[in-house]
Design a protein around this ligand. Sequence first.
Ligand SMILES: [Zn+2]
Length: 291
Amino acid sequence: MQYNEGTRLDPSQVEYRTGGGGGGGGRRVAVGGVSGIIVLVLALLFGINPAELMGGGGATGSVSEPGTDLTQCQTGADVEKDRNCRFVVYTNTANQYWSGLFTNGYKPATTVLFSGQTVSGCGTATTDVGPFYCPNDGKLYLDPAFTKDMLQGQLGGLGGDAAEAYVVGHEFGHHIQNLTGRLAQVQQAGQTTGANSPQVKLELQADCYAGAYLANVTSQPNAAMVLNQDDLNRMVDAAKVVGDDYIQQRTQGGVNSDAWTHGSSAERKHWLAQGFNNGVQVCEQVFSAAG
Ligand SMILES: [Zn+2]
């Protein structure tokens, strides 16, 4: 990914809760007894509200320090000096893109970078649930180190900045669904798994939104970030390795489409490409498309 060094950034859209001076022993809170890998498979990728999966007592851990900022991220050139600034670029461009499409008021989303675990409007979240969006506070939560390791290590993908930008773009897709009411509508529908479930269509639409966003913001004059062929390959690869069939095969050695929550690799790649090639107007078709 190539960043435009002259682009002005707005670091106020990203909260930084990692590191933070070690936490002085750290506040301890209970999280769920669900084992990491099961939560990972359920919430992956990129769940909404994974904290709902974490009821009950169980393991404890320290909570990330709340609320420092990334004021050092002022321009695109700063991404090279502090790699965390790339999340400011993704967040700024996503908010810019979507605010231009909402004629009657857009609420910017905030990205929260954390490590270990953190408190969200959807409860306490641990890093191993993967990146997620919390509709209650309109923030997306992401552990940069875990996300990198998940895409490349655990899931065996190519990783890289373009893969991460897709992840952020997908979470912003849920933010948009929250604003349009689609999210609430699907959650009320109740049926949460299965290849043809509204839940899967919700996720595929978020992939489509990610594609529309990435194509648009990277093709503007003086774009804050520009994609080359390698980046495109990494985006598509990321969509592949977060497919339900791919993850099931990798973690369980078999595929059961009744348990799908996010769609197959082929579907995720398809809808990412649909949004990328044809723009946001095609993304509603997810809900009318068969299968
Ligand atoms: Zn999602």
